[in-house]
Design a protein around this ligand. Structure first.
Ligand code: NAD
Ligand code: DAU
Length: 364
């Protein structure tokens, strides 16, 4: 039985991880620590809060006394560290928060973990750090996918802050012997993803009849990973991964952004044509008037420093830990679209409350 501290558990991947873990290991205790920034949503965890082995703590990973008290009071033996500022565009407009949370916050957690686990002689502890493929920089079209030994070359302040945190985590292993693992994964998609990220933005804008913004020429490539396949990878690393090691997790699904936007538009077109209820629910969607949502595609100014291509070689986690993603992009995107169609109240609330100002800033 494990006692887990999940940081950032009210965000997109953290929420999915909590439900994945509860379902698979119901005997484990889970404490979520989340500062509920614009990207965190406590309502996501309402089902989890019905369980006795779950606790939500509203707090900041940079609050070392708070983190230490959680580690002691809940006898935490495993930290799964998702909490971060995660949106590249926001990091371009305001990098400070990214340094504070992603670098200083990760370091605070490391200090608290080291102090508590060494004082309490917790021999079987684990600090698992969730990182990103963006630390490796950009690939050319004919380059080999990233491996765990690809040199770091981050492009954005977000990616640089994640790279810095990865280095700190590794340093705490080498210098102090903290038992750490790191995973670097590609672009996740799935339920509960905040609607500023490409796939949920396209789904919700197409349903609302709003512009589908495509940065630059739209030929940038990302390697899409269904969120529960990411969680499966983290699970394998926690159970079978070697301390001190890094594992890349990918979906083996490279698509250009423009192809993603066209595919999602076509899926929505088909769904709305097949289902009269959706016509009434989403009257502003072009498909409700017999038109194709593709007509909403709008080229906009490119992202500064935009990485051209990411691709993950997941050979290490596959061969050493038996990882194999369960979803193809075709099945994962269907599940995701269904979730967004079924959970309109969830995304309407976010879109009303959180980020209209941000969108205006971004598309100038
Ligand atoms: P997210 O932005 O949806 O959620 C981040 C969560 O962290 C939010 O709940 C937020 O409230 C919380 N948080 C932020 N600052 C905090 C602080 N100081 N203290 C406590 N909580 C804080 O992010 P996500 O997409 O779920 O990403 C989770 C992790 O996975 C991040 O570390 C990110 O870098 C990494 N990652 C994400 C992707 C992706 O495609 N989404 C891919 C690779 C890696
Ligand atoms: O690769 C992993 C990373 O994936 C994570 O580390 C980040 O936390 C996560 O946000 C994500 O970063 P990206 O920048 O790749 O994701 P985003 O959804 O913002 O953009 C995906 C691609 O789509 C990117 O090339 C930019 C482009 N894009 C994005 C938006 C929001 C558009 O063309 N239009 C848009 O409106």
């Amino acid at each position: 039985m494990k006692n887990l501290l999940v940081t950032g558990g009210a965000g997109f991947i953290g929420t999915n991880f909590v439900y994945y873990w509860m379902d698979k290991y119901p005997e484990d205790h889970i404490v979520v620590l989340d500062a509920l920034t614009y990207a965190g949503n406590k309502d996501n965890l309402s089902e989890a809060e019905k369980k006795s082995k779950f606790e939500f703590i509203h707090g900041d990973i940079r609050d070392q006394p708070l983190v230490e008290s959680l580690l002691v009071n809940h006898k935490i033996d495993t930290i799964v560290h998702f909490a971060a500022e995660s949106h590249v565009d926001r990091s371009i407009h305001g990098p400070d928060k990214f340094i504070n949370t992603n670098v200083v916050g990760t370091h605070t957690l490391l200090k608290a973990a080291k102090k508590n686990w060494f004082n309490e002689k917790f021999e079987n502890h684990r600090f698992h750090h969730i990182s990103t493929d963006e630390v490796y920089g950009s690939l050319k079209s004919d380059d080999q996918p990233f491996t765990e030994t690809t040199p770091y070359a981050p492009s954005s302040p977000y990616a640089a802050s994640k790279a810095a945190s990865d280095h700190l985590v590794r340093a705490y292993h080498k210098t102090y012997g903290l038992q750490v693992t790191i995973s670097n994964c590609s672009n996740n998609y799935g339920p509960y993803q905040f609607t500023e990220k490409l796939i949920p933005l396209i789904i919700t804008n197409a349903l609302n009849g709003k512009a589908l913004p495509v940065y630059g020429d739209g030929k940038q490539i990302r390697d899409w990973l269904y969120v529960d396949d990411h969680n499966l990878g983290v699970d394998l690393i926690l159970r079978k991964g070697k301390v001190g090691e890094t594992y890349n997790i990918g979906g083996n699904n490279e698509y250009t952004n423009i192809d993603i936007v066209k595919l999602v538009s076509s899926l929505i077109h088909r769904e709305v044509l097949q289902n009269k209820e959706l016509v009434n629910k989403f009257p502003n969607c072009p498909a409700a008037h017999g038109k194709h949502p593709e007509e909403l595609i709008t080229p906009v100014k490119d992202r500064a420093g935009h990485d051209r291509r990411y691709a993950i070689n997941a050979g290490k986690i596959s061969s050493e830990l038996g990882y194999s993603p369960g979803e193809s992009f075709e099945t994962g995107i269907q599940k995701t679209l269904k979730w967004f169609l079924d959970n309109e109240t969830w995304w309407r609330k976010i879109m009303d409350e959180s980020y209209n100002d941000w969108l205006n800033l971004n598309y100038d």
